[in-house]
Design a protein around this ligand. Structure first.
Ligand SMILES: *[C@@H]1O[C@H](CO)[C@@H](O)[C@H](O)[C@H]1NC(C)=O
Ligand SMILES: *[C@@H]1O[C@H](CO)[C@@H](O)[C@H](O)[C@H]1NC(C)=O
Ligand SMILES: *[C@@H]1O[C@H](CO)[C@@H](O)[C@H](O)[C@H]1NC(C)=O
Ligand SMILES: *[C@@H]1O[C@H](CO)[C@@H](O)[C@H](O)[C@H]1NC(C)=O
Ligand SMILES: *[C@@H]1O[C@H](CO)[C@@H](O)[C@H](O)[C@H]1NC(C)=O
Ligand SMILES: *[C@@H]1O[C@H](CO)[C@@H](O)[C@H](O)[C@H]1NC(C)=O
Length: 492
């Protein structure tokens, strides 16, 4: 009897212990990083449980610190100059906010922040001859940049000063979470890295910018249940509205700037539309978007274009590297779905027309997409339904020169990068002349572009943990530039 009771209680005990062990095991697994986080699967509507990105101990992350004495330029403290245009791209990105609403109670810390930003602006403005300043990893140089000295200085100033506050409100899977695989991978990987980076501050008084850690892809996946309905936007937009209302009522920061020093990152096609949920989010906040479509309200002066990068397994594994230009036998290559306004024109003119211009709806059996990228000199990246496409980065990763055929598109990091130096831009009207245009580029010029593409690749790399000048830091730097050009008037 006693032994029967015993085995019975053991069984009960196991029923309790086993799930605990499983849960604990799952949690430790989650701790490692975004790479094994969740992948976006639009055909699956099954909740995958809590996927909150765990914050690993900061000890495992490389410290972001500048070498002693690196900042050799004595910053000039500008006093009256609030409308500085850091014309890093020749395009005037000066942005002066005029917010005198809601006179703040105590913004002495804001004054300090603004003074620090002013020093940064002054330092960037006088940036020249950065060659004298050593950089342990990399020093930007050459024509891939509009102005490499300006960029270098601005990047170093960012490393020295920038602090980002990440709101802690919100629960996974919509908040503090995002896909780390699929073409929306930049959302998850940015959110994950933002939560764990040294740029994060836990003290909002010290923050230059505020991050809303929400994922448009996750909203589409978990909230938009009835996609056919005309009202499928409302639950997602409602979620964003509620979230902004929550942080606006709980903290003074949103109202202080009407959102101008707040930013979001969204890679999903619906991201831009979703930001209309809150008018100030749309018109004032910094929206880092994959779909940087100027016809949909993307403003290069305040919004940030980020690359769409297709990470099948959450990493760059197998995507990077390719043969030398001499070994590339195909002039131009494209394969992909025929949707949006541009691809039908491309297919109409080039599908099965010319062995030099390999344009396919579907690749022939046995032909590898990655191999084609590696065997081609030029890789065509036309817009589909949306302006963004992972093809530009696929090309750069494999040493193929990107050919952009897009309308109303602002290329990623074009505040810093001169895309024309490492890619070919072809107008839609010129699609029939595609081969002539590419053949017209001299071998010398092609080799130059190819070499520059290899140089610029570092700015599109996804690393765990992030490395200096990689895609995470480039996004952050673009946000930093937008913030530098906005001054928030906080009382007297
Ligand atoms: C997506 O989910 C469906 C249904 O759950 C499954 O059949 C399919 O294999 C999944 N696809 C991927 C790429 O995980
Ligand atoms: C700034 O705000 C003031 C008062 O609200 C207004 O009179 C002025 O025109 C605004 N300036 C700009 C540049 O918007
Ligand atoms: C304003 O805030 C700072 C720190 O944030 C504090 O040291 C100071 O005493 C405050 N001043 C007033 C008048 O409340
Ligand atoms: C880059 O910007 C700096 C600072 O404004 C300027 O002095 C320098 O001439 C610029 N360099 C080029 C190549 O335009
Ligand atoms: C910010 O403004 C909203 C709407 O005007 C208001 O409801 C909220 O209480 C304000 N937040 C704070 C912290 O004062
Ligand atoms: C960009 O936005 C415009 C306006 O909403 C839209 O017509 C177009 O289809 C969008 N996408 C592309 C690829 O141009």
């Amino acid at each position: 009897m006693g032994s029967r009771m015993n085995s019975y209680s053991w069984r009960i005990l196991w029923l309790i212990i086993l799930p605990l062990v499983l849960i604990l095991g799952f949690m430790t697994l989650k701790k490692s990083n975004c790479q094994i986080g969740f992948s976006y699967n639009s055909s699956s509507a099954v909740r995958s449980g809590d996927q909150k990105a765990e914050v690993p101990s900061s000890a495992s992350l490389p410290p972001i610190s500048l070498e002693e004495g690196m900042d050799m330029q004595q910053p000039i403290i500008a006093t009256q100059d609030e409308n500085i245009a850091a014309t890093i791209n020749g395009l005037d990105i000066s942005f002066s906010t005029n917010r005198t609403h809601d006179p703040p109670r105590n913004f002495s810390s804001l004054k300090k922040l603004e003074a620090s930003l002013m020093q940064a602006r002054a330092a960037i403005r006088v940036a020249r001859n950065m060659d004298e300043i050593g950089d342990p990893d990399y020093a930007p140089y050459g024509p891939i940049y509009w102005n490499s000295s300006l960029f270098h200085r601005s990047y170093l100033e960012m490393e020295k000063r920038l602090k980002v506050y990440v709101y802690e409100e919100g629960e996974p899977p919509i908040f503090h979470n995002g896909p780390c695989k699929s073409i929306y991978a930049m959302e998850g990987s940015f959110i994950f890295h933002m939560e764990t980076t040294k740029f994060r501050t836990r003290d909002p008084e010290k923050a230059h910018v505020f991050f809303l850690p929400m994922s448009s892809s996750m909203m589409v996946r978990f909230i938009s249940l009835d996609r056919e309905s005309r009202h499928h936007w409302s639950p997602m937009k409602g979620t964003i509205k509620d979230y902004v209302n929550l942080i606006a009522s709980k903290y003074p920061f949103w109202n202080r700037s009407l959102g101008a020093d707040h930013f979001i990152v969204a890679c999903h096609d619906w991201g831009p539309e979703l930001t209309k949920a809150v008018p100030n989010l749309f018109t004032n906040s910094i929206r880092a978007l994959c779909n940087a479509n100027t016809s949909e309200g993307f403003k290069p002066s305040k919004d940030v274009s980020i690359p769409e990068i297709l990470l099948r397994d959450g990493t760059m594994h197998g995507l990077v590297g390719g043969p030398s230009p001499r070994q590339r036998r195909v002039l131009a290559f494209f394969a992909g779905g025929v949707h949006g306004p541009i691809r039908p024109i491309l297919l109409e003119h080039w599908e099965n027309k010319d062995p030099d211009v390999q344009v396919h709806k579907y690749l022939p059996k046995g032909v590898s997409y990655m191999e084609m990228l590696r065997q081609s000199k030029y890789c065509i990246s036309p817009s589909g339904y949306e302006v963004a496409s992972p093809r530009m980065v696929e090309a750069l990763y494999t040493g193929c020169v990107p050919v952009l055929i897009k309308d109303h598109y602002v290329a990623p990091f074009s505040d810093v990068l001169n895309w024309k130096s490492f890619s070919v831009v072809v107008q839609i009207e010129d699609i029939p002349n595609l081969k002539k245009i590419l053949m017209g580029i001299s071998t010398r010029q092609y080799l130059r572009m190819q070499r520059r593409g290899k140089q610029v690749k570092r700015h599109f790399e996804v690393n765990y943990p992030p490395k200096r000048y990689d895609v995470f830091h480039m996004i952050l730097h673009s946000v930093w530039l937008r913030r530098l050009n906005a001054r928030i008037h906080g009382g007297s």
